[in-house]
Design a protein around this ligand. Structure first.
Ligand code: ZN
Length: 183
């Protein structure tokens, strides 16, 4: 999946560990290349260059950061997060349970939750909810589907469940959101 400039910049600003080894950012002024999660001071956006691979950055004269060590890759953790993200992307529209996700990855529920938290710093089900809400917002704004259809289309079992989750995240119900944001 190709990442946009904006989403990479967001990941750098947020020190988002989920993007580690998916891309690297190099800082022209310090000549250092980092993982997105690096906790060093956020550079000026103008000084940042993005690289899909570390070797390209090194080829251009950047040195791997001593703090975040982009040169040390834990491939298994990286692969694990890729797997979970791809299940989310392909199956968010289904009423996915934790059991089903764990089964597909081949881990126990407990191990799945713990590893996801360790690698990304976030909760797995929260991330799934986020994807569902984002997808539903696209539908609210760009389609004429009813709220009930949208709720089912993004994996909720009932409109009321969708309403509750949406309101918690966005501060209002889906129908109010649609009225307010739609041009
Ligand atoms: Zn770094």
């Amino acid at each position: 999946m190709k990442l946009s400039d904006n989403s990479m910049w967001e990941a750098v600003k947020q020190n988002d560990k989920r993007y580690d080894h998916r891309f690297y950012y190099a800082v022209k002024t310090t000549k250092i290349v980092c993982n997105p999660s690096c906790t060093s001071k956020t550079p000026k956006r103008d000084n940042v260059r993005y690289y899909p691979t570390l070797s390209q950055a090194i080829h251009d004269g950047f040195r791997p950061c001593k703090r975040c060590r982009p040169d040390l890759v834990d491939h298994s953790d990286y692969y694990f997060v890729e797997q979970v993200s791809s299940i989310f992307e392909k199956k968010y529209m289904l009423p996915l349970t934790l059991d089903q996700i764990a089964h597909q990855i081949g881990y126990s529920k407990y191990h799945l939750l713990r590893l996801y938290k360790k690698v990304t710093g976030k909760s797995l089900m929260t991330d799934l909810t986020l994807i569902r809400i984002q997808k539903s917002i696209e539908l609210l704004l760009s389609s004429s589907l009813t709220i009930t259809q949208i709720a089912y289309d993004v994996g909720y079992q009932s409109t009321s469940q969708y309403n509750v989750v949406f309101k918690r995240k966005m501060g209002c119900t889906p129908s109010i959101y649609r009225k307010r944001e739609r041009i």
